[in-house]
Design a protein around this ligand. Structure first.
Ligand code: BTN
Length: 241
């Protein structure tokens, strides 16, 4: 059966090589060839994209690069929560495999303060493409110098299955998307990196310190700066202090 109630295999569109799974899924949406829960998985991406125009690279066979079609049942003015919901879906899936990840707002996933998963969410009409890059295998030293990244295996110290991680994330994404944004907010807050800690807010080259205190109504950060709460929507402005 196609959709969240079925098996992953019935929802899987497998590509050996593709530019970007997000772009491929968007093309399928344009042609009306997909359904909620459809997942495009690529063994190789030739132009994998991250946020803010960055590239996303993944050594073949080491990680997972895939995109899932979700149709949020929330009003569009609450779609800011989809990013956080996707991060939560990955976090809970990893918890079911005995990891203890943190969510770095809005949707990076950290293990021991190092990124192991990045998420790129792109809306298209009533559809949302959730693109996920997850580092499963390999050592930390395989990442370029200066990149603070890790993999499931590097943290666990034992072999991890890409198939199992993929299945858990996909199934849990379907579950999380059925919840209300308030429930998502609470669960993300429990797992939020730098929660109630001092952070650096960058604005036009200027840095100010603040403390992350809460979420806004659409998943923005509420940061306390000089005794007042400030709404922060720009991910590139938040740094660890
Ligand atoms: C980030 O951390 O900046 C987001 C990275 C998202 C990468 C994934 S890999 C699968 C999907 N296809 C893409 O082109 N990007 C996302």
């Amino acid at each position: 059966m196609r959709g969240w109630g079925g098996d992953l295999l019935e929802n899987l569109i497998h590509r050996e090589e593709i530019g970007s799974t997000n772009d491929d899924l968007k093309k399928l949406i344009r042609f009306g060839e997909v359904w909620e829960g459809a997942l495009v998985l690529a063994e190789r991406q030739t132009s994998g994209r991250g946020r803010n125009g960055a590239a996303w690279t993944c050594e073949e066979g080491k990680g997972l690069t895939f995109s899932v079609l979700v149709r949020p049942h929330w009003p569009k003015e609450r779609w800011g929560w989809v990013s956080l919901a996707a991060g939560l879906a990955v976090a809970e899936a990893m918890e079911s495999l005995s990891f203890s990840p943190q969510i770095k707002w809005p949707n990076d996933l950290l293990l021991k303060d190092k990124k192991f998963c990045g998420i790129l969410v792109e809306a298209m009409g009533d559809d949302v493409v959730v693109g996920i890059g997850l580092n499963v295998k390999g050592e930390e030293k395989s990442f370029p110098e200066g990149v603070e990244a890790t993999t499931l295996e590097a943290v666990a110290g034992y072999e991890c299955s890409r198939e199992q991680a993929l299945e858990r994330v996909w199934r849990n994404l379907g579950q999380v998307m059925k919840r209300q944004p308030e429930e998502v907010a609470e669960a993300v807050w429990e797992r939020l990196a730098w929660r109630d800690e001092e952070i650096l807010l960058l604005n036009d080259g200027q840095g100010e310190t603040g403390v992350i205190r809460a979420f806004g109504s659409n998943g923005e950060l509420q940061v306390e700066v000089g005794g007042e709460l400030r709404k922060v929507s720009d991910v590139s402005s938040v740094r660890k202090s």
